[in-house]
Design a protein around this ligand. Structure first.
Ligand SMILES: [Fe+2]
Length: 369
């Protein structure tokens, strides 16, 4: 995922108006001295702080911008300091953002400039139903992230429609095509959400769960990591292992989800439970509440299995990704934590998924090779 790049005088704290940007977008920072054409080419948008720009800094900015033209950019200025506005103009920065503006406004500006940031580039051979399902699900998930950042109501109707779209894609094209099409999504967070959603919806179909509940399970799966909208994407999509502090922060996401969903008491409890309890274990060793046995519903148990399986087969964050058989074997070691009867059914389900030779699947495999 290409980041938003914030360029400023070294050691300048991140302006308040950009703090929320880091939740919805990956945000990198660099001092004027370290600013290079390569960094610009590798980012989605450049924001330049015009505070404390010395003559050397201005020359470097001009030099770098003269080499890369096609990346959108804006200057963060104090509108009462005309020198900053004039200097931004002289650097070719025609879009000026008031540094005291709210983070919400900055997010809206970035959103309209970058359009569907969360949507992946899918291979041309991905079939129509899967293409539509992936796009709708990505846009719905992005809508959830932005709604949180902008303090708006969560777009539940959009999420529900996206869950229907996933079910339709799976009916038309099957699970293998779904998993293959999304595997190359640039964001590990988006990919995981889509992977778990596909697994949950198709497993529910395999178990003959009634259609209405299947849709709720799809909504719950799309929102299961809802609490992560409170965390910066730079942590969530970090390549390689997290530090202990980062890991502790990520572990708070079920509680964040609970705080968010407390605002929506009308929401079906299945959806809420999936977002809050999916890291609980049957033997009480999970988090955040250490629930045990019957305190964990069948729907949450179903999600926990799909969630753990998705983590094992995923190839993001520098991971190799286990084969389906290896992943099932690894899950079977989790005795006491997962529902073993349900895991047995999950095993039957995964082993019943036909190996497909669809162009989409082949393409994804070749792209990773
Ligand atoms: Fe989670």
């Amino acid at each position: 995922m290409k980041p938003i790049l914030f360029v400023s005088q070294a050691d300048t704290p991140l302006p308040r108006c950009l703090e929320e940007v880091g939740v919805a977008f990956k945000l990198d920072t660099v001092g004027f001295a370290g600013f290079t054409p390569e960094l610009v080419s590798d980012c989605a948008f450049v924001v330049v702080s015009m505070a404390l720009v010395e003559r050397d800094d201005a020359e470097r900015l001009r030099e770098v911008f003269s080499q890369v033209h096609d990346v959108p950019r804006a200057a963060l200025v104090d509108p009462y300091k005309s020198q900053q506005v004039v200097q931004a103009g002289s650097l070719g920065l025609t879009e000026h953002w008031d540094k005291s503006t709210s983070g919400h406004i900055i997010l809206r500006k970035l959103r309209s400039s970058l359009k569907a940031y969360g949507a992946p580039e899918l291979h041309a051979n991905v079939p129509d139903a899967t293409r539509k399902g992936v796009m709708e699900a990505c846009i719905a998930y992005e809508g959830v992230v932005l709604a949180n950042a902008l303090s708006r109501a969560l777009p539940f109707r959009q999420v529900r429609d996206a869950a229907f779209g996933i079910a339709e894609a799976l009916r038309m094209d099957g699970l293998s095509v779904w998993l293959s099409a999304i595997q190359d999504h640039h964001s590990a967070t988006f990919c995981h959400c889509l992977m778990v959603s596909g697994l949950v919806v198709q497993f529910a179909e395999f178990l003959d769960i009634p259609e209405g509940e299947q849709n709720l399970l799809g909504v719950g799966a799309l929102l299961h990591d809802l609490g992560k909208v409170k965390l910066p994407l730079s942590i969530l999509d970090k390549p390689g292992p997290l530090s202990e502090m980062e890991q502790n922060l990520v572990s708070l996401h079920p509680e964040y989800a609970q705080a968010i969903l407390d605002e929506y008491p009308e929401l079906p409890h299945i959806v809420r439970d999936m977002a809050v309890y999916h890291h609980e274990n049957l033997d009480g060793t999970g988090y955040p509440y250490g629930l045990k046995g019957d305190e964990i519903s069948r729907w949450v148990r179903l999600l926990s299995i799909c969630n753990a399986y998705a983590n094992l087969i995923d190839t993001h964050s520098g991971k190799e990704g286990l084969s389906p058989e290896q992943a099932l074997e690894s899950l079977s070691q989790g005795k006491g934590k997962l529902d073993m009867d349900l895991l047995g059914r999950f095993r039957d389900f995964i082993l019943s998924v036909p190996e497909t030779s669809s162009p989409a699947l082949l393409y994804a495999k070749r792209a990773r090779a």
